[in-house]
Design a protein around this ligand. Structure first.
Ligand SMILES: *Cc1c(COP(=O)(O)O)cnc(C)c1O
Length: 463
């Protein structure tokens, strides 16, 4: 597995990772709607279009690489979550998946709230016009300055992540003459992964306050005693790219158990619980994500059942999907450069970006698919690996994929499902310029985050 970073230089063929590719698809020109944004289709000439605009025009006008985001799809997914949970619950979009002022405006218009976890994300949220009371502030190490700005702005909630932070936020709120609404983030001992979860007694990680050993109950008790804080609920986030709802079931059971203990000991019924995000999307045709309405129904039922058993009023639920809203709405458009067939192995297809615009493959061994989008092709499938232009052999965008054997330099290829954690995790490695985000709707295509320039890079370098 190519999990870790490798120093620059050649990697010997005998350590090439094994492929996990399935058989080539029957027709390489087919675009699986599961992994592509809603308005993506191939026109009569075989060119892929999004929102009715062909990708060759997008490449000509905006250059490559470019993240191309389908605004109608983004809005539809946001709305589906909002509608599924209804007026008695809140949907907070997790800004870390991808945040820009246009996105903030769409969320605002679609009735979603917004999670931020740094001063930069808070500034973007406020600048994009999100009302402060609909913003939640997260993070395991918020600075005093970030806390002060959040309290001053009047954010709807700060999610407290440690004993020290309980005191810190209370102190800052008091010094500003305010009482800050807070949730307390606990770790319930559920580690959720794509197709499985592990329930444990302890969680060995930096986020939250462990439920184990009565620590979470102790944290709530301390927070309840502080004048600067208004404790509105408990927060739990169990993982990411999750398909199996049973991890949420265990988490909800444990969170509700804590609410019951708090009521029994302090006579207080906390009015809210937040079950976090982490719902999975289809990166390849093998993934089968659930629809928002199924997720809403499952989560609501789990919480109601648990509360009934504990004789608690059902609290207001909130959820925090990031990837599930923005992930499927964008693809990365690249131009093919060097093509290098390695006999008996595979063909290396180099593109004009790489790990600087998509670190997920190198970081998480993530799987993606890829398609030739500037034309259709009837050529035989060839086993390919899409790699970037960085000085690093781990610079892989798509580990194993089939592309037509007549692929040539200058062709455009696109990697779908790159809306989440790609632009937001982009870097300047090798002083490569971060790509723009181009949003497409039925009025046309426009830049919502512009391409970085060499002047941008040099402006930071003060010589
Ligand atoms: C990352 C994160 C999310 C969003 O996760 P997704 O996998 O993008 O849905 C939600 N809540 C918290 C607290 C997070 O850290």
């Amino acid at each position: 597995m190519s999990r870790s970073a490798h120093p620059a230089g050649p990697r010997h063929a005998d350590v090439l990772p094994e492929g996990h590719y399935s058989a080539p698809p029957a027709d390489l020109n087919t675009l699986d709607p599961k992994v592509w944004a809603q308005t993506v289709t191939r026109d009569d000439e075989g060119v892929v279009t999004v929102g009715g605009i062909d990708v060759k025009r997008i490449a000509e006008e905006f250059g490559t690489p470019t993240y191309v985001l389908d605004e109608a799809d983004f809005r539809a997914r946001a709305r589906a979550w909002r509608t599924a949970f209804g007026p008695d619950a809140d949907v907070f979009y997790a800004g870390k998946a991808f945040l820009s002022r246009a996105v903030v405006r769409w969320l605002n218009e679609e009735g979603l709230n917004l999670d931020v976890c740094s001063g930069g994300e808070l500034a973007t949220a406020l600048s994009g016009g999100m009302p402060a009371e609909r913003i939640a502030f997260h993070g395991n190490n918020k600075s005093a300055d970030e806390i002060r700005r959040a309290v001053e702005a009047g954010v709807g909630r700060i999610v407290l992540d440690s004993f020290q932070e309980i005191v810190r936020v209370a102190h800052i709120a008091q010094s500003l003459g305010k009482r800050q609404k807070v949730q307390i983030r606990i770790t319930v001992g559920v580690e959720a992964h794509t197709h499985e979860f592990i329930a444990t007694a302890h969680e060995d990680q930096k986020f939250g306050i462990p439920l184990a050993g009565g620590q979470a109950a102790e944290a709530v008790q301390r927070a309840l005693q502080l004048d600067g804080l208004d404790v509105i609920g408990i927060h739990s986030h169990i993982g990411s790219q999750i398909f199996d709802m049973s991890g949420f079931e265990v988490a909800a059971h444990r969170v509700v158990g804590l609410l019951r203990d708090i009521r029994d000991e302090h006579g207080v019924e906390l009015p809210e619980i937040d079950l976090g995000g982490g719902l999975g999307i289809a990166y390849t045709s093998d993934d089968d994500p659930r629809e928002p309405h199924e997720i809403a129904k499952a989560l609501t039922e789990i919480v109601s059942r648990e509360c009934e058993a504990a004789r608690l009023r059902t609290p207001r639920i909130s959820v925090e999907p990031g990837r599930a809203i923005v992930g499927p709405t964008a693809f990365t458009l690249y131009e093919v450069g060097t093509i290098k067939p390695l006999d008996g192995l595979r063909t290396y297809v180099s593109v004009d970006g790489g790990m600087s615009d998509n670190i997920r493959t190198a970081l998480y061994d993530a799987e993606y698919t890829v398609a030739l989008v500037s034309r259709a092709s009837d050529a035989e499938p060839m086993l390919a690996r899409v790699v970037g232009k960085h000085c690093e052999s781990g610079d892989i965008v798509v580990k194993d994929a089939f592309l037509p054997a007549d692929l040539a330099p200058g062709d455009l290829i696109a990697v779908p499902a790159t809306g989440a954690y790609c632009r937001s995790m982009a870097s300047n490695y090798n002083h490569v310029l971060r790509p723009p985000v181009v949003a497409v709707n039925d009025e046309g295509a426009r830049v919502i985050v512009r391409r970085e320039t060499e002047e941008d890079l040099l402006r930071l370098d003060v010589g």
